[in-house]
Design a protein around this ligand. Structure first.
Ligand code: PBG
Length: 326
């Protein structure tokens, strides 16, 4: 009997053959590296739940940036940990707020590096919510005003991209109008368009010291069960003038990434969040998985799902490993 079947293995026969037909590639330009800038002196503290990730004060920033540049990473995403917090998160939009100070420093010393500023209030508010609160309620429209002020302060400091992560309704429209009015028509908005209320943010809340002091973020971040809601969120952000769309977290939401890629003609960004990073680190430290191959496979999965860019704490490791393999 003559068997009829296809020989798919022909294209897998050697490393050279596999590389010839490889459909997706990872490169240093794909990555955005998050940085936690701590207001104070002489601080370089490893985040216990995120080995390899440090909170750094300004006096350690130059060395950190040199290391990032040496790795070939082209862009950073800045988070600030201020000395003081208050109900309205004033340090987020103050001219001398830590993110503004760090942005000015980076743009002066490393002008070729793209600085993305995370526009949110949760690291700066005493209650740890992403907007202003009344009782236990997070107020939408009142928060917009402060977020616009934050975005303008970040642009004035020299941020190249504004990345609002707060999930208030209308934040893209408000920030776009505010930036334009202040003369920053050229500054793009990388919107956290599709941001789920996720348990995977746990380690970040240690790193950024921005855990909510009461309740949770479920009245503004999305329900992990929902897909149609992602289209609604992204549609309105596109209408309001977003230049990039972020889907967050990454790994458990690759279906949504593909949906967004197929639907919208904007660069799609994945945020490979803290919990995803921590899981791999913990398993690798136990000797349970091979860290390098696991991380590269995860990142490749994100590109294959449709991500044009990946925000990841593993950026330095990834570019080092990619270079090793060349
Ligand atoms: C702030 C913000 C969060 C993250 C990025 N920006 C935390 C949150 O929304 O609770 C999470 C990033 C990560 O887990 O790596 N709103």
């Amino acid at each position: 009997m003559e068997l009829q079947f296809k020989r798919h293995r022909r294209l897998r026969s050697s490393a050279s053959m596999r590389s010839l037909v490889r459909e997706n590639h990872l490169k240093a330009e794909d990555f955005i590296y998050p940085l936690f800038i701590y207001e104070g002196d002489n601080i370089r503290k490893e985040v216990s739940s995120m080995p390899g990730v440090y909170q750094v004060s300004m006096d350690h920033l130059e060395a950190e940036m040199e290391d990032i540049v040496a790795h070939g990473i082209k862009s950073v995403l800045l988070f600030g940990i201020p000395k003081t917090k208050d109900a309205c998160g004033e340090q987020a939009y103050h001219d001398h707020g830590i993110v503004q100070v760090a942005t000015r420093f980076i743009k002066e010393k490393f002008p070729e590096i793209i600085v993305v500023a995370d526009t949110c209030l949760c690291e700066y508010t005493s209650h740890g919510h992403c907007g202003v609160v009344e009782g236990e309620k997070v107020l939408n429209d009142q928060s917009l005003e402060l977020l616009v002020k934050t975005a303008i302060a970040q642009a004035e400091a020299g941020a190249d991209i504004i990345a609002p992560s707060n999930m208030m309704d209308g934040f893209v429209a408000a920030i776009r109008a505010g930036l334009d009015e202040a003369g920053f028509t050229e500054i793009p908005i990388m919107s956290y368009a599709v941001k789920y209320a996720s348990a995977f943010y746990g380690p970040f809340r240690e790193a950024a010291e921005g855990a909510p002091q009461f309740g949770d973020r479920k009245t503004y971040q999305m329900d992990p069960a929902n897909r149609m809601e992602a289209f609604r969120e992204a549609e309105s952000d596109v209408e309001e003038g977003a230049d990039f769309l972020i889907v967050k977290p990454g790994m458990p939401y690759l279906d949504i990434v593909r949906d967004m890629k197929n639907t919208f003609n904007l660069p799609i960004v994945i945020y490979n969040v803290s919990g995803e990073y921590a899981m791999v680190k913990a398993a690798a430290q136990n000797g349970w998985i091979d860290e390098k191959n696991t991380v590269l496979e995860m990142l490749m999965g994100m590109k294959r799902a449709g991500a044009d860019l990946i925000i990841t704490y593993a950026a330095k490791d990834a570019v080092r490993w990619l270079r090793e393999d060349q």
